[in-house]
Design a protein around this ligand. Structure first.
Ligand code: SIN
Length: 491
């Protein structure tokens, strides 16, 4: 194995911060949380474990800023967002190193995520100018009717560890463009990417109360976000379990929520599919970020006529994947984020095997130790297996066969969630029918990666509510106001 870098060299070392950015300053706190490098198990450093009172102060500070920020024009806000996005791109190597260090994904993937994250700021820098209202045809001759959009107010983000930058900018771009100020609470597992974003927001000239980053354990921060009347909106990306808990707690306060929750994506390969393309897409979709994405293929449904060809080719490609520390040259799969994630993956594999699944490659902890797991393909997995019932969030591709279109749709929809789905085939009529029948917010046809800033990202069923990115993203941070203007001249 190549030599492993345990402490990256940064060109711009001030991007790596161990304090929080709130109340206009970088502030440390006596109580801290340790952050672990998942590839080595070593401690990278600590971040403040802020108590609820500090979060309350940050909300007060944001609330004061809200009235000023909401009075800026879309064009002005767009300039700040563009500057922030450009700074991200200029510093992408350092930002990627921070990400690989705390999250474990291969460096090339981290660079990809930084570009993806910056693209949301760029997109919303443009959208900021394009928030339109309506002049509504009137119901009476002496009345004029119109509507416009107003910023909802102070917004709180609760973001996950699997995409430590882009899940923040996807929210921050939309919120700031809409005229809302924001407080971001990153996962305590990957806080450094978020803190680096705050450094660049500051460098971009964004006023300190407009984007603050606080760290700590999620429960009490979420509770303050939920219960504080000055916090008007919460956007969460994470598990279905926590999403439901937030929804329940938000109800008495009528707090606006956006929830981007888990998935259990079916990857359907029809008999007329180009199998090489399907395998390429399968590897991209399944093994990106070590299988730790909400949109990654979780269940492979392959037509019985092509299942043998598909699985053989998939095994050939998967067994070539290079596993190791994300800093090492050519690595394509890093470690799982922690012991909890590792145990879940192991359990899913053992369960599938115990139910008759045949492990074609991988299937066990990687010889590198720690939380590294072998890229795995399992054939003949019954749909009752755990890996078909819930998100595995790991590098495991379980395959089952189907005979008819109806059967494929039935298996695909037989889950409580519906974020992404993948379909491979050539028959356009069939693709159209399946795209319509499938219960998911997003459908990818003959493509393994569907994410981009231009599209509405989000799910149906238990996968949540609301959409991020696209021309709709800003609406999550806006209220629609209607004005009825009487006493007008009769037409
Ligand atoms: C996620 O896994 O939640 C996000 C993935 C993406 O944006 O592509």
């Amino acid at each position: 194995m190549e030599e492993t870098i345990t402490s990256p060299n940064f060109a711009h070392s001030s991007l790596f911060r161990t304090s929080c950015y709130y109340l206009g300053h970088w502030k440390s706190y006596e109580k801290t949380i340790s952050v672990i490098d998942p590839a080595t198990g070593e401690t990278i450093g600590t971040v403040p474990n802020l108590p609820r009172e500090e979060i309350r102060k940050a909300i007060d500070y944001a609330f004061l800023e809200q009235s000023k920020w909401s009075k800026t024009t879309g064009k002005e806000r767009g300039k700040y967002l563009r500057a922030w996005s450009e700074l991200m791109l200029r510093n992408k190597d350092d930002l990627a190193k921070i990400m690989t260090w705390e999250q474990g994904k291969p460096l090339a993937e981290s660079i990809g995520e930084i570009e993806y994250a910056a693209s949301y700021l760029e997109w919303f820098s443009e959208e900021a100018k394009r928030s339109y209202g309506d002049i509504i045809p009137t119901h009476r001759n002496d009345v004029r009717l119109l509507s416009w959009r107003e910023p909802i107010g102070v917004s709180g983000f609760l973001t996950p560890w699997n995409f430590p930058s882009s899940m923040i900018t996807r929210k921050a771009g939309a919120a700031l463009a809409a005229g809302c100020v924001a407080i971001s609470k990153p996962s305590e597992i990957t806080p450094y990417s978020a803190l680096a974003l705050a450094v660049l927001a500051q460098e971009a000239g964004i006023p300190p109360g407009v984007f603050q980053v606080v760290t700590g354990f999620p429960e009490h921060i979420a509770d303050e976000f939920l219960e504080n009347p000055k916090m008007k909106k919460i956007s969460f990306t994470g598990s279905v379990r926590v999403g439901k808990l937030l929804l329940e707690k938000a109800a008495p306060k009528m707090k606006r929520l956006s929830l981007e929750l888990g998935g259990n994506a079916p990857f359907i390969v029809f008999s007329d599919a180009n199998i090489q393309d399907a395998v390429k897409g399968a590897v991209l979709s399944k093994f990106r970020n070590t299988g730790q994405t909400c949109v990654c293929a979780n269940r492979f449904l392959v037509h019985e006529k092509v299942i043998s060809e598909f699985s053989q080719l998939l095994v050939k490609e998967v067994s070539k994947l290079k596993v190791g520390n994300g800093f090492d040259e050519g690595i394509q799969q890093g470690p799982l984020i922690n012991e909890v994630g590792f145990k879940k993956v192991k359990n899913h594999v053992e369960n599938a095997a115990s139910l008759g699944g045949k492990i074609l490659t991988g299937g066990k902890p990687h010889s590198l130790g720690g939380t590294f797991f072998e890229p795995t393909v399992i054939l003949g997995v019954p749909t009752t297996a755990l890996c078909f019932q819930e998100e595995t969030f790991g590098p495991v591709a379980p395959i089952c066969s189907f005979r008819t279109e109806e059967e494929a749709i039935h298996i695909a929809n037989n889950t409580n969630v519906g974020l992404a789905s993948y379909i491979y085939g050539r028959d356009h009529a069939l693709i159209w029918r399946v795209s319509e029948s499938i219960e998911s917010g997003m459908v990818s046809v003959n493509e393994g990666i569907l994410s981009t800033e231009q599209v509405p990202f989000g799910g149906v069923k238990d996968s949540g509510m609301g959409r991020e990115g696209s021309k709709y993203g800003m609406e999550e941070y806006q209220e629609l106001k209607y004005i009825c203007w009487g006493g007008q001249k009769k037409i």
